[in-house]
Design a protein around this ligand. Structure first.
Ligand code: SF4
Ligand code: SF4
Length: 284
């Protein structure tokens, strides 16, 4: 079961929900793997404090041109949709950051002048938090190819339950995180901004044909428009998480709220039951 916790914007409490859900699931002796897919700004480790035992560099193939073999025919530049390689009369140049590693140029080169090098785009780190498996990624500063690193974070996570914490928004990194998910938990807040971004996230998840449910975080801090929207759209709304000062204070200290506030732990127990039931129904 792959459960992705996503949101149309940052600051909704998505990571709070995903890390606390994972801890509650692991406490039930379930085999759980937590994947922090926000490789541009990973922060789940600040709450979970995993012991990181394994680090892997993630690379993409990169064309390397042998200028002595190159006849400057220009075929590589013609096939490149990203303008990442240009052929000048005296030199053929590769722009590493624009390359999408599609392999087109080295396949068409008639002189076999292009070989595969590699470009490091970031790294993944894996470890344990008690019985909970943990993986996150760190994108190299300045790197633009985010989805391949997200895929590297999710690769190999095949426990009974995999919880993916998606990057906020609906751009390519979020789509890469959603890929292969069995169920999506959309976290939002009861504000006009929360509603606006929820609508975009719902559109994406529906386009991808994935079952989902909506969770309102900080319930009671805004208005009813998210609930009205969910009703109009036939979206399943889970019992929301309350807006409480002690929750905010605990999060600001970097604590897991299921460990510090018993009533919140009970809420997460119920949330996990509800989500797993919905996900299993959707999968059957
Ligand atoms: S396709 Fe090969 S031979 Fe032609 S310009 Fe590119 S690198 Fe040179
Ligand atoms: S691998 Fe693809 S994207 Fe990269 S330079 Fe070659 S054709 Fe362009």
């Amino acid at each position: 079961m792959i459960l992705t916790v996503a949101s149309g914007k940052g600051g909704t409490g998505k990571t709070t929900v995903s890390v606390n859900l994972a801890v509650v699931a692991a406490e039930r002796k379930q085999s759980v793997h937590f994947c922090d897919c926000d490789v541009e700004e990973p922060n789940a480790h600040l709450f979970l404090h995993p012991v990181l035992e394994e680090k892997k560099q993630i690379a993409l193939p990169l064309p390397v041109v042998d200028q002595d073999l190159c006849s400057h025919c220009g075929k590589c530049a013609e096939i490149c949709e990203f303008n990442a390689i240009i052929s000048l009369p005296t030199k053929t140049l590769v722009f590493d950051d624009l390359c999408h590693a599609c392999s087109g140029c080295w396949l068409v080169c008639p002189e076999k002048a292009i070989t595969q090098g590699e470009r490091i785009i970031g790294e993944t780190e894996s470890g344990q938090v008690g019985s909970l498996h943990f993986t996150h990624g760190r994108l190299r500063i300045g790197e633009t190819q985010v989805p391949p690193l997200v895929e590297a974070v999710t690769r190999g996570a095949n426990n009974d339950l995999v919880i993916r914490d998606a990057p906020p928004g609906v751009a390519c990194p979020a789509v890469a995180t959603l890929h292969g998910s069995d169920f999506v938990l959309l976290v939002t807040e009861p504000t006009p901004f929360g509603l606006s971004d929820l609508k975009v996230a719902v559109e994406l998840v529906r386009d991808l044909g994935m079952p989902c449910a909506v969770l309102v975080n900080r319930e009671g801090s805004g208005d009813d428009r998210v609930a009205e929207y969910c009703q109009e759209e036939g979206l399943h709304m889970l019992k929301g998480l309350p807006f409480r000062r002690d929750v905010a204070e605990s999060i600001s200290r970097g604590e897991l709220i299921v460990k510090t506030i018993p009533a919140i732990k009970a809420a997460f127990e119920n949330l996990l039951d509800e989500v797993l039931t919905l996900a299993e129904e959707a999968c059957s």
